[in-house]
Design a protein around this ligand. Structure first.
Ligand code: NAD
Length: 542
């Protein structure tokens, strides 16, 4: 036994691989993509460390190659959720007593597995199952996930080290207890890293969790769980339940041990779950923590002093990477009239060159398909409505469902800054531009601020320092992540803690000390060396 003071190594962001043609890293990933594409994986749930099948399966196909049935997952029944709650409860005592450094070691090992032997598998599952390009998979499924695990261990150490003042004869300390009960993590389809972070962040702080990943992200979630188990995660600490979110939450959120919700997904679902918590408040042992991050209607505003080339790159990457299916994706842009002709030319030329297709079969592809038929139909209808309402289709606008759910990168131009695609979160590769008169810069800032109920990300492009200062000030509440001369996507753990305010969520900043603090219930302990033996105070003397 070594009782020495051990510190978690200072975290570093996982270096991003480039997968250039002809490299061994590319060949190795292609091999894994090939093997994954030849099988239909059977995905059980994991409850109390055991693989559980329900027989009630649902399929997952590659969105860009619909003939490819990648997986059949076993969906949870009510009794599976109850078993998972029981398994979590059984694991909770031992896990809460496990020295935190031992807990951290498990997640640090998981990070090394994901960055190492699991890297190809996690990336391949994300490319095929969620239709990401190789770069989009690499930056998040491998790198951001490893970053979450490593940085969160570091933040946990900072939390535990934060102790109160002690005075002569009195020693004070804070006991950072896990919550009493379980945390329910309900996770979105679009980021493998976020999906993994939602159950692991609370677990690192000594909590037990139920994890219900999106039905559209089951393949990568399955391999993530496999890596956590291989890293030594004890049975029952995280219980993986597939299938219907409403069914799982109906059972979990009416249980007295429901202690916290860690959610990322759409606004209506968070509203629904928050109301459900309110309705059941009397049943719970404690007031559940709710950490919920939802959507965005993210903006780019350019000042007349902006550099056109960098603006065009930000619009293309910000709006079309991962088919615009990022909560942070640029979907409305405000461009001054003086710059529009050059921006329009640049955007058209870029969209002409963007490749859309089989991201798993050809790693040079920039964009894959949108996630499912419902998303495809929503985008097709939004573009059709925009045409009917007289918006100009500057670039793209086409769709193709013959082999997958393909939507072209689309740029619309509107005369009405309140038109449908300027205000509604579409979550697809559709960017709408409003061209404003140069003299109306200040009014346009107010327009940006007031157009959407969300407040997630936004960007200003300008060379004029005064304009940057003005936009930063006027748009203070409009975005939880604000970018100057960069696209509004691509936040990096440890560098730009991520989350938005207003209707975008509780803004607890995933991958930060702020988020980790939500998963503890501190106990203040005061210990006295020489306790008082006289009840009287000095002022009572004669
Ligand atoms: P979604 O809301 O459709 O699904 C999210 C999860 O909720 C899934 O696991 C789903 O099964 C579950 N769910 C759905 N209905 C439910 C119900 N009635 N009860 C309980 N659970 C239910 O979202 P999605 O399509 O997976 O993800 C896209 C959304 O997520 C977008 O709105 C996007 O902006 C948002 N998002 C936000 C962030 C952020 O950090 N702010 C990050 C990623 C995605």
């Amino acid at each position: 036994m070594n009782d020495g003071h051990v510190t978690i190594p200072e975290p570093r962001n996982e270096p991003v691989r480039e997968y250039r043609p002809g490299t061994t890293e590319r060949t190795s990933l292609e091999r894994r993509l090939g093997s994954m594409a030849t099988e239909t994986a059977e995905l059980p749930m994991v409850i109390g460390g055991k693989a559980v099948t329900s027989g009630e399966t649902f399929e997952r196909r590659a969105p860009h190659r619909l003939e490819l049935e990648l997986a059949r997952a076993h969906g949870a029944r009510a009794e599976d959720v109850e078993r998972a709650i029981q398994a979590a409860s059984t694991a909770s005592g031992e896990w809460a007593r496990t020295p935190w450094k031992d807990r951290a070691e498990i997640f640090l090992k998981a990070a090394d597995l994901i960055a190492g032997p699991y890297r190809d598998t996690i990336n391949a599952a994300t490319i095929l199952g969620q239709s990401k390009s190789v770069h989009q998979a690499e930056i998040e499924a491998a790198c951001e996930l490893a970053d979450f695990l490593r940085f969160n261990a570091h933040y946990a150490e900072r939390i535990y080290a934060d102790q109160p003042l002690s005075v002569p004869g009195v020693r004070n300390r804070t006991d950072y207890r896990p919550l009493e009960g379980f945390v329910l993590a309900i996770t979105p389809f679009n980021f493998t890293a976020i999906a993994a972070n939602l159950p692991t962040a609370p677990a690192m702080m000594g909590n037990v969790a139920l994890w219900k990943p999106s039905e559209k992200q089951v393949l990568a979630a399955h391999y993530t769980m496999e890596a956590l188990v291989e890293a030594g995660l004890p049975d029952g600490v995280i219980n993986l339940l597939h299938g219907d979110g409403a069914l799982v939450s109906d059972v979990a959120m009416t249980h007295e041990d429901f202690a916290g919700l860690h959610f990322t997904g759409s606004l209506p679902v968070l509203e629904h779950l928050w109301k459900k918590t309110g309705e059941n408040l009397g049943r719970y042992r404690s007031f559940p923590r709710i950490v919920g991050e939802t959507g965005g209607k993210d903006f780019v505003i350019a000042h007349p002093s902006a550099g056109v080339e960098s603006l065009v790159v930000a619009l293309g990457r910000g709006a079309f990477e991962y088919q615009g299916q990022k909560c942070s994706a640029a979907s409305r842009a405000y461009i001054p009239r003086s710059l529009w002709p050059a921006v329009e030319d640049g955007v058209r030329a870029m969209v002409d060159e963007i490749t859309v297709g089989d991201v798993g079969g050809d790693l040079s592809t920039f964009m894959g398909a949108v996630i499912d038929d419902a998303a495809f139909r929503k985008h097709r209808e939004a573009i059709a409505r925009a045409r009917r309402e007289g918006l100009e289709v500057v670039a793209g606008g086409g769709t193709d469902e013959s082999e997958g759910w393909f939507v072209e990168p689309t740029v619309l131009r509107t005369e009405d800054p309140q038109s449908d695609t300027m205000v509604r979160e579409l979550f697809g590769p559709i960017l709408t531009v409003f061209v404003y008169e140069d003299a109306r810069w200040e009014e346009t800032l107010d327009l940006v601020d007031s157009t959407s109920p969300y407040g997630l990300t936004g960007a200003v492009f300008a060379r004029d320092r005064g304009a940057i200062r003005e936009a930063t000030d006027r748009l203070r509440q409009a975005a939880g992540n604000f970018y100057v001369n960069d696209k509004p996507t691509g936040a990096i753990v440890g560098q730009q803690p991520f989350g938005g305010a207003r209707r975008s969520g509780t803004n607890d900043k995933a991958g930060s000390v702020m988020n980790m603090l939500r998963w503890v219930s501190p106990r203040a302990i005061k210990e006295v060396s020489v306790p008082a033996e006289d009840w009287r105070y000095p002022h009572m003397g004669a």
